[in-house]
Design a protein around this ligand. Structure first.
Ligand code: ZN
Length: 187
């Protein structure tokens, strides 16, 4: 989690703050699991010490979730202001920003999850005549990005695959119940 040469955020109660934060020019990937964008800025790990380098989108999510820590980083004299590195783009920061229902090609779609890439995953409210449901990811402008049609009986399997391979930040409460409660979702 933390690199051998990294400094802890706190080096101890009686010593000065020694953050290892700031822009990175390593061409490595964002350290948020499943994210395939380049890392831009290194931030203190909010819970257990150490640090983590994120892409612009995940820097923006970090700012959203760690306001107090963010302001402390911004107040440090020797550290470049992280605000310039926080880039939301056409992505959703949180599941709350994602509408619960949208219409795609005239079909009603329900919110399922916020993916690690910042796009929201939706599924068909009703299966089509062939018993297929559609999953679609949309960006913040509600423009469809990726789409897949599968038989309704494989929907749970698909969602598990999506979580393991694409990664999700948050699941819609209904989808969470469906996954963990073993009950089919109402249609
Ligand atoms: Zn990222």
């Amino acid at each position: 989690m933390s690199r051998p040469d990294s400094q802890p955020w706190y080096s101890g109660a009686h010593r000065a703050l020694e953050p290892d934060v700031g822009p990175v020019d390593e061409h490595a990937l964002c350290e948020c699991g499943h994210c395939d964008r380049k890392q831009r800025y290194r931030l203190p790990w909010p819970e257990v010490g150490g640090d983590v380098a994120y892409c612009g989108y995940h820097v923006a999510r970090y700012r959203h979730h760690n306001r107090e820590l963010w302001e402390r980083i911004r107040s440090l004299d020797d550290v470049e202001d992280p605000d310039a590195y926080a880039v939301v783009g056409d992505r959703f920061l949180t599941l709350d920003e994602v509408p619960e229902e949208i219409s795609v090609d005239g079909k009603r779609m329900r919110r399922v999850a916020l993916g690690v890439d910042g796009w929201a995953l939706f599924d068909s409210a009703e299966p089509d005549n062939d018993g297929e449901v559609r999953f679609v990811t949309v960006d913040r402008s509600l423009e469809p990005r990726e789409s897949v049609e599968i038989s309704r009986s494989s929907a749970g399997e698909f969602l598990n695959w999506f979580r393991e391979h694409e990664g999700v930040h948050d699941l819609d409460p209904d989808a969470r119940r469906a996954l963990y409660g073993g009950e089919p979702r109402d249609v």
